[in-house]
Design a protein around this ligand. Structure first.
Ligand code: MF3
Ligand code: CO
Ligand code: CO
Length: 269
């Protein structure tokens, strides 16, 4: 039960898998409109992965201990759904927020990434939650370098999120990733600076904070997968797969449509 340190061969494969996962999000973005169902989004992504990319949708039939096999190829978590939302026949409507989480397997390696999409305008509260969650992910990513700890990552995310009055979901976390979907270590999105696993060059893991507008408590739906906020408040999540490099980090889940780090916005001349 150890953290796998990736070599140059693994890293090159992970760059490819990561880019492909991100390209599925680029592809599906324009389809996220009022009136489409989440199972139609699932079908579109499934066919794109299998027929266009030649990738395997990792969620399909994924069955960790204690779970029934996941029945779809992507996760679609709408409004008060936190994560692992199972696509179904319900139509999206204006103002909905939706997390689409894509994990592909290419040549045996996994790429895992998710983004928020807003259907139509979205309320001010919904837009703010999505933006702050995006920034929280980036603040976590910016902690990543050899010698830093996973506690530094979690603490930075928690401090930032709670400063806006949002709560951080505790039951689900980021994870090591490589030839397996979920590897060690667990990457908590809360914690104390200087604690936990010390980062080393060659580690690859996801950072995927889930922030609730209300309380942090969760509830599992009868489908055995979909996780919702107990108080029905809105929830948002973003995810990247990240490599620890000699002097910092490299985002592996990047493609033409990846939204930029909002904290690195170049200043106007
Ligand atoms: N993609 C999710 C993650 O970020 C895991 C989804 S498991 C599934 O870890 F079975 F629901 F797809
Ligand atoms: Co994911
Ligand atoms: Co993940």
């Amino acid at each position: 039960m150890d953290i796998v340190i990736k070599n140059e061969h693994d890293i090159e494969k992970m760059r490819v898998a990561g880019r492909l996962a991100s390209e599925v999000l680029d592809f599906i973005g324009p389809h996220v409109v009022a009136g489409i169902t989440t199972e139609e989004l699932d079908r579109l992504c499934h066919d794109y992965m299998v027929n266009v990319q030649g990738t395997i949708p990792a969620p399909l039939n994924y069955a960790p201990p204690g779970y029934t096999p996941y029945p779809k190829s992507i996760c679609t978590s709408v409004n008060h759904q936190i994560c692992h939302g199972v696509p179904g026949p319900k139509k999206l409507k204006n103002g909905d927020i939706i997390n689409i989480d894509i994990t592909v397997i290419k040549d045996g390696y996994h790429g895992d990434t998710s983004r928020m999409f807003i259907v139509g305008e979205g309320s001010l509260a919904a837009r703010r939650l999505c933006e702050i969650t995006f920034e929280a992910m980036w603040i976590g990513i910016e902690q990543v370098r050899p010698g830093a700890t996973l506690g530094d990552v979690g603490a930075a995310i928690q401090k930032f999120a709670e400063g806006f009055g949002y709560s951080v979901v505790r039951e689900f976390c980021g994870h090591g990733i490589g030839t397996k979907f979920h590897e060690e270590p667990q990457v908590l999105h809360y914690g104390k600076p200087g604690t936990g696993v010390r980062l080393q060059e060659g580690m690859i893991f996801t950072i995927e904070p889930m922030l609730n507008a209300g309380r942090r408590e969760i509830k599992e739906m009868p489908d055995g997968w979909t996780i919702v906020t107990k108080d029905h408040s809105l929830s948002a999540q973003w995810e990247h797969t990240v490599l620890v490099t000699a002097d910092g980090y490299e985002i592996l889940t990047q493609s033409a449509g990846t939204p930029a780090n909002p904290r690195l916005k170049t200043q106007a001349a």
